[in-house]
Design a protein around this ligand. Structure first.
Ligand code: ADE
Length: 252
């Protein structure tokens, strides 16, 4: 996949492509990237890229000309062009998967108050939000979106690693432990040392149900749980209730 990022701050984006799993994907030739400073397409001695908003209001708006020229020069017209914005469609694992299927993607990083709407209307295919909060720059959001999608491209990471992780089947991930067995008075759950595959799988499944119920109950309705999983969830709830009652009583 070829990824082109348009930004006024290349130093905010470049380290991501030079590190860790992305670095390996680039070395393997799975990812090819370009970072384009669209100030290079601005006119005049000051290379101005933003201006005050029509109609008044706070902040500055990115002017249409420099970014449009950069998009045309890089061949983005008619391709999938992402604009990270808090007013976009929410990024999910499924959405990241659909982006990971593309051969080429373009990202426009906004700053200040936003981007002239005519650029969005002409070039942008996907306005994407990474969550209900506002960041100071589109660069960090673009990196989050790229991170979520590129790891789903075959060959980037082992497919087994993707199978058990959060959102792969609508539930959150089970907890992981490594050596030492005892750390700061806390031990690894004994079931993980039994070597009994069935018991370990059942324990992990229960922890996923429990964690999802506690941290993201909104996910449960879409997770299409089996009858067996629903029964397990009920017994986990009962167990948690008992533990909670015991704790309350011990404090009285
Ligand atoms: N730019 C600023 N905040 C953002 C957000 N929450 N998602 C995507 N892009 C953004």
């Amino acid at each position: 996949m070829k990824i082109t990022v348009f930004t006024l701050f290349p130093a905010m984006v470049e380290p991501f492509f030079l590190s860790s799993i992305m670095k390996r994907a680039v070395e393997k030739g799975i990812i090819e990237y370009r970072i384009v400073d669209f100030r290079d397409y601005a006119e005049g001695v000051h290379k101005k890229t933003d201006d005050i908003p029509y109609g008044g209001g706070a902040g500055m708006v990115l002017m249409p000309d420099p970014i449009s020229k950069a998009l045309e020069a890089e061949g983005a017209s008619g391709k999938r062009v992402v604009f990270p914005t808090p007013s976009g469609r929410l990024l999910t694992e499924e959405y990241a998967y659909s982006l990971s299927q593309e051969k080429e993607l373009f990202f426009i990083c906004g700053h200040y108050e936003g981007l002239d709407q005519r650029v969005i209307d002409t070039y942008v295919t996907d306005e994407i939000s990474i969550g209900d909060y506002v960041l100071s720059s589109g660069e960090s959001a673009a990196v989050v979106i790229i991170d979520a999608l590129f790891r789903l491209i075959p060959g980037v990471i082992a497919s087994e690693s993707l199978e058990d992780e959060s959102f792969s089947d609508g539930l959150l991930e089970y907890p992981q432990y490594t050596r030492p067995y005892r750390y700061c008075t806390k031990s690894v759950p004994d079931v993980l040392l039994t070597g009994h595959h069935g018991h370990i799988t059942q324990w992990r499944c229960d922890r996923r149900l429990e964690k999802t119920m506690l941290n993201r109950p909104d996910l449960l309705s879409d997770a299409s749980l089996s009858i067996e999983e629903r029964k397990r969830l009920l017994s986990i709830l009962e167990q948690d209730k008992r533990t909670c009652q015991e704790w309350i009583l011990s404090e009285l």
